[in-house]
Design a protein around this ligand. Sequence first.
Ligand SMILES: [Zn+2]
Ligand SMILES: [Zn+2]
Length: 419
Amino acid sequence: MFEALEELTPDLEELYRDLHAHPELAFQEKRTAAIVADRLTAQGWEVTAGVGQTGVVGILRNGEGPTVMLRADMDALPVLEQTGLPYASTVVATDSSGAQVPVMHACGHDVHVVSLLGACALLAGDPKAWSGTIIAVFQPGEESGYGAAAMVDDGLFERFPVPDIILGQHVGPGPAGMVGTCSGTVMGATDSVTVELFGRGGHGSRPEGAVDPVVMAASLVLRLQTVVSRSVAAKEPVVVTVGALHAGTTAAVIPDSATLAINVRTPTEEVRTKVMAAIERLVEAEAVAAGATTDPAITSVYYLPPTVNDAASTERVAAAHRAYFGDGLVISIPPTTASEDFGLLSTAAKVPSVYWFIGGIDPETYGKAFMAGRVDEDIPQNHSSTFAPVIQPTLTVGVRTFVTAALDWVGAQVKGNEQ
Ligand SMILES: [Zn+2]
Ligand SMILES: [Zn+2]
């Protein structure tokens, strides 16, 4: 299976540099999707493009056996790349609000696309080594929170076979060559909510005649910091971040309203209910305290459920990875407060899924930072303008993790037949 990888590698590395230099925002992944569709077609996959707007689905039917879905996300972020890499992005695009923004593969989804295309090439090139059906899903818009939902709504599990297992991976700021695995909830839920506080505008010289939404918003931002510290047990990984705060236009005018964009990360549904209730309570109380006559509005922008790794399937994948890479390179990791829409796929299909992490940082660089206790300071993380995975061994590990995990389902049939 892996003999062909060495020959494929220069092409995969070239493709990676090309995709990295040409990042596309959520639901604008037209160039990336076209490259994916062309390559899958050339490898002999049945290809359907335009699933969930810009998503691509490839199917390879290879006899009797289980059906495995492999998923990679394709979109980039509105970040100005500052890696200094020779293949750094200089792309500027128009975002969904019409603004011109720089674009960068700051979350490493280019690694995911190339890893899955490499895995597809190996599986298509060695049909004797396995038996079953592989579905390769190249998903748009992960960063928007709508990508997986868009593909599901467009019939991902009606128009294509329902898999027995869904597998996905993410590159992160760990040492390249390492695989991180976690059973159960691997990533928490995310809520993105907008809060509008309504005051009563007026002249800046006469605050007594107005209800000032700027003061309400300022007070609320600080109050919200107590949700995590006072309403939630210390052991729960919860984050409440106010990422945007907008009010007013000029000094002498008290504006009518203020808007806050709040991001909430919670590990379980129970904790989420508690945290969201606390936020709602503080928002409403702030308006009451200020004497506002119009109730504040709380609007959900999106919700991503926790990503839950099926325990038995996770053990299978981890065992397959350990057998292939060696025990020392496959480690257990704690759940993260990051979120993904990957979990929506298994929820919609009602089948188990497994999501693991691969390192993307030069092991020597990582080791030095680790020994100096400076990982947070010296190792750029996902979404940073300097996040720059090393091409190798990141890409070949990304290919091998997909293939070895998939073969644990579809390859076992072949082994069984041979015995
Ligand atoms: Zn991301
Ligand atoms: Zn990501």
